[in-house]
Design a protein around this ligand. Structure first.
Ligand SMILES: Nc1ncnc2c1ncn2[C@@H]1O[C@H](COP(=O)(O)OP(=O)(O)OP(=O)(O)O)[C@@H](O)[C@H]1O
Length: 249
């Protein structure tokens, strides 16, 4: 589903502040895999997600999604396959608009149907039904401004709206870093359920040791722009928190 082949990226090339963010990274991910990415600050985790989202292009190497060469394809042309959730629950939603209008905007982003998209009763019902599956009781509040919700509720809705269409890949870049522990747990559970339900291919960047241990079918450790370790299903479940702690350094 995803192929990163020998990707290198240097920022500020030839300047005193030159940084090698990725240094020959190769990572192949099968459809339905949930890959957790850990590593110290500046090890290249976000840059790798940026390569997949299309917001940064590599100096060398190639990116393939679903067998299609997308190395030079800009982010807005990948958004129908790739959804991305950031740290801040405020990113990705418009606070003053209702929950329903935010879902409409999300649908407009990926569908080529003009401004009428999301105006039908069908769409409203679909959104209500989907929100009900979160089990947060938000399905009766779809006319409420999304800015009135808690960070956790907003992040869970952002997840749902970003994958409701035909998205195949979900990029989670420290999605719970700005949340309190209870909301963070709720958002991670929601993400995990949605990934299974929609059979998504997912990448999670996290500094949370517990989440890195509990979620995902594979774990990748990055250091100085390279992949140091890459452990899949069976082995991952054998890892102890102490082992993982080392991976974060
Ligand atoms: N647009 C940019 N311009 C200049 N340098 C950049 C840019 N993006 C990333 N970098 C640098 O590339 C390196 C890798 O950054 P990246 O954000 O990928 O690391 P990270 O592993 O996600 O770190 P963190 O855990 O702190 O989020 C860092 O040294 C960073 O400063």
């Amino acid at each position: 589903m995803i192929e990163l082949n020998n990707i290198s990226k240097t920022f500020n090339k030839g300047k005193p502040n030159q940084v090698v963010a990725l240094d020959g990274v190769t990572l192949h991910i099968q459809q339905g895999e949930f890959v957790v990415i850990v590593g110290s600050n500046g090890s290249g985790k976000t840059t790798m997600l940026n390569m997949l989202a299309g917001t940064v292009s590599p100096d060398f190497g190639s990116v393939l999604i679903d067998g299609k060469y997308v190395t030079k394809l800009p982010d807005y042309k990948r958004s129908k396959w790739v959804a991305r959730i950031f740290q801040n629950p405020l990113t990705g939603t418009a606070a003053e608009l209702s929950i329903l209008d935010n879902f409409r905007l999300a649908a407009l982003r990926t569908k080529n149907k003009g401004l009428t998209v999301g105006k039908t009763e069908n769409f409203k019902n679909l959104v209500r039904d989907k929100i009900a599956t979160l089990g947060m009781g938000l399905e009766d509040k779809t006319e409420q401004p999304i800015g009135t919700l808690s960070g956790g509720q907003r992040q869970a809705l952002t997840l749902l709206m970003s994958i409701m269409d035909d998205c195949k890949i979900l990029l989670l870049d420290e999605p719970t870093a700005a949340l309190d522990p209870r909301s963070a747990a709720l958002v991670m559970r929601t993400a995990n359920e949605l990934i299974k339900q929609y059979n998504l291919t997912a990448l999670l960047v996290t500094h949370n040791l517990k989440d890195a241990g509990s979620y995902g079918s594979r774990i990748v450790q990055m250091s100085e722009g390279r992949i140091l370790k890459d452990i899949a299903t069976e082995e991952k479940y054998k890892l102890k928190q102490n082992d993982l702690f080392e991976w974060f350094g």
